[in-house]
Design a protein around this ligand. Structure first.
Ligand SMILES: [Cu+2]
Length: 402
């Protein structure tokens, strides 16, 4: 508990002792003080002048509190993989310092890789607070029990204070600490981005420290185009054996030793047992459901070690309208889009209307299911088994069933 809070609590006790019961409550109302006293988490000080200016000149639209921690994620093939990542409490609220595993499990949502999307609006200002909730799944003497982290807002073109590169100029966040990132999104900026940790990037990114970041001017609009539905497809990879070695011993191997054995779509793999609840196709965020005549936006994102993903939906050519958060002056049609670590593509898929079907019996027109998958075949194998990779389906339904 910090000194001010302690002094204030003493003052309340004194008032009650002397019979002035209402005085402290009137002060709280008058000063609009928060009544909750948070634990003594250390806020890493930023640039005081800059912060003062930010809060004076900007109306903060929303504050997001992100917590980094470790955990296990169950995969559709029955394996459990050790990950690091970003999580949060319900509605991204501040739950103060996390000191124990019990506290973490009670206050925060279970760790998910990638972390949940953060969606921002062009022209508005935000505060994003990074808290380090600590590591709890490691062996006692693992060398990574006490590691620091940051957030790098990939593609946001920020000043170093909020760019998440350690010690340029602010230190990264150790357990029990927090750091505030103050962001104003320019009015002319929109599109698909991502965020990731920038400490010892090879290890921390590969361990799962990333999440999608979306900027929009208006819902269902991008770069002047309209769409009916959108899906974010985040393609990533992990070396599950390396992760287990990190957890047990914590000695970090040479970066070049990564050998991914899982290639994922939104943190999942496809399972040939079609009703597996953990399979990509049974995840509402990954199964692409749309109706005849609609336009679907796919926000394609990738991060990883050296895998180049090849996004390939059967039955459709998509219109690539933007990349890396910028509108393309000359959009182009593709049925296979190659995407490497850090890249993003915004692609529109126009779902044909069955009533306008041409006389082509073999063409993909009308409701039904078709697959979309990584066409770099190395990625279609997890733990050596095909087709346990980044594969999902376009599930097109008739208008009448809307
Ligand atoms: Cu990190």
């Amino acid at each position: 508990m910090n000194v001010c809070v302690k002094k204030f609590l003493k003052f309340i006790a004194l008032c009650i002792q002397r019979g002035y019961f209402l005085l402290p409550f009137l002060i709280v109302i008058f000063l609009n003080l928060p009544v909750v006293a948070y634990a003594d988490e250390k806020l890493i000080p930023g640039d005081v002048k800059l912060e003062k200016k930010f809060f004076k000149s900007s109306r903060v639209e929303r504050e997001f509190h992100l917590y980094v921690t470790d955990g296990y994620q169950e995969m559709a093939d029955g394996e459990s993989i050790y990950f690091w990542g970003y999580t949060h409490a319900k509605d991204f609220v501040d739950v103060g310092e996390i000191k124990t595993k019990e506290e973490r499990d009670k206050k925060l949502l279970p760790l998910k890789v990638p972390g949940d999307e953060i969606r921002l609006t062009s022209g508005k200002s935000y505060v994003i607070v990074l808290h380090n909730a600590g590591w709890y799944e490691t062996e006692e003497h693992s060398g990574i029990n006490h590691v620091a982290h940051t957030i790098h807002f990939h593609g946001f073109d920020l000043i170093p204070a909020f760019d998440g590169v350690p010690n340029l100029p602010y230190p990264s966040v150790f357990p029990g600490e927090a750091y505030r990132y103050l962001l104003t999104i320019p009015k002319n900026i929109e599109g698909s981005y991502m965020a990731h940790c920038h400490v010892d990037s090879t290890n921390h990114i590969m361990a799962g420290m990333y999440f999608p970041l979306i900027v929009e001017k208006k819902p269902n609009r991008i770069y002047g185009y309209k769409f009916d539905r959108e899906y974010t497809m985040f393609m990533t990879e992990i070396d599950s054996k390396y992760m287990e070695m990190l957890r047990e011993k914590g000695d970090i191997r040479r970066g070049l030793d990564w050998k991914s054995d899982y290639f994922m779509l939104n943190g999942r793999i496809f399972m040939d047992k079609l009703d597996d609840p953990l399979s990509t196709i049974n995840d509402p965020k990954t199964r692409i459901v749309a109706y005849e005549g609609e336009t679907v936006l796919i926000r394609l994102l990738a991060i990883g070690y050296d895998h180049i993903f090849a996004w390939h939906p059967h039955g459709y050519h998509g219109l690539v309208i933007g990349t890396d958060g910028r509108k393309l002056r000359h959009p182009y049609e593709k049925d296979t889009v190659l995407i490497g670590s850090g890249e993003r593509y915004d692609i529109l898929y126009k779902i044909p209307d069955f009533s306008s079907q041409r006389k082509c019996l073999s063409c993909n027109y009308g409701p039904g299911i078709s697959v979309a998958h990584d066409h770099n075949m190395m990625g279609m194998v997890s733990r050596g088994i095909y087709p346990h990779g980044p594969l999902t389906i376009f599930d097109i339904r008739p208008k009448s069933k809307k």
